[in-house]
Design a protein around this ligand. Structure first.
Ligand code: IPD
Ligand code: CA
Ligand code: CA
Length: 259
């Protein structure tokens, strides 16, 4: 049996400390000075690797038998029933242009079930956390999804993820949704797009192709805030699925039917 409360406290503290590292780098712009573009739309900062390494080391120091899937360093397989899914910086391009929408995303999956999710946004001074069955919080206060019932009143956030054909992916979102909703917005951080739905700042987040480290924590936070998350074919999300709709629940079926 795992002590979920203890792992959650550790995750929260880890996110806080990693957030301090990220904030310092952001203020000094040391990462941006050493950034490499990996595609026209994506970027790797020095801190992507250093914070990744720091997180992996800290997790394994405390939990040497846990497995980790980290965006930068890949799989650290230990063959246990606990898997961490982590993104050291979600929003690297935002970081490089002094856009404060940057976050660290930490998820813990126990026996195949998303159990803990923390999204730390140090520049915004916001920490989102959820533990399975215990609700979701932003800076220690409970959060809930919006009550928006009509699609025409809804704000949608979206990103095209790592899709090779970004134009086609974005086109699908725009063609299917743009005229139906109040607005479609891109925040540049998939983790924060989930957090926005969980806290009612947006009504839904839709993505066609996304990696697990971008959304694992966010999915649990949306669910625990009372929202609904499925794949486009109404299945439960699992790390190998790249298509998801996170919504306030009330708009879910309509959003799915429009795709
Ligand atoms: C990116 C952000 C962005 C999404 C990209 C991701 P990164 O993460 O989440 O919103 O559209 O697919 O790769 O590269 O900054 O960790
Ligand atoms: Ca990411
Ligand atoms: Ca990243």
């Amino acid at each position: 049996m795992h002590n979920i409360k203890e792992i959650a406290q550790f995750t929260q503290q880890l996110a806080t400390e990693a957030g301090e590292l990220l904030l310092k780098a952001y203020q000094e712009q040391s990462g941006a000075n050493n950034a490499k573009r990996t595609s026209p739309k994506e970027m790797k900062l020095v801190e992507d690797a250093t914070i990744d390494e720091w997180l992996v080391q800290k997790i394994l120091e405390t939990y040497p038998t846990h497995s980790i899937l980290a965006e930068e360093s890949g799989e650290h397989k230990k063959g246990t029933d606990v898997l961490w899914i982590i993104d050291p910086i979600d929003g690297s391009v935002n970081f490089s242009v002094q856009n404060p929408f940057v976050a660290i995303s930490l998820a813990v999956v126990i026996n195949g079930e998303l159990t803990i999710g923390v999204i730390e946004a140090p520049v915004l001074q916001e920490q989102f956390i959820a533990v399975k069955g215990k609700g979701a919080k932003l800076n220690k206060k409970e959060i809930h999804v919006s009550q928006t019932k009509k699609l025409s009143d809804a704000y949608l956030v979206s990103c095209e993820g790592g899709a090779k054909d970004r134009t086609a992916v974005l086109e699908r979102i725009i063609v299917n949704y743009f005229d139906q909703v109040k607005d479609v917005r891109k925040l540049g951080s998939a983790a924060l797009e989930c957090a926005w739905v969980a806290s009612g700042r947006a009504d839904a987040y839709v993505t066609i192709e996304i990696d697990p480290w971008d959304v694992a924590a966010g999915i649990l936070i949306v669910q625990e805030a009372g929202g609904k998350v499925t794949t486009f074919d109404n299945e439960a999300w699992e790390p190998k699925r790249a298509d998801i709709i996170c919504s306030n629940g009330l708009l879910h079926d309509e959003l799915m039917s429009l795709l």
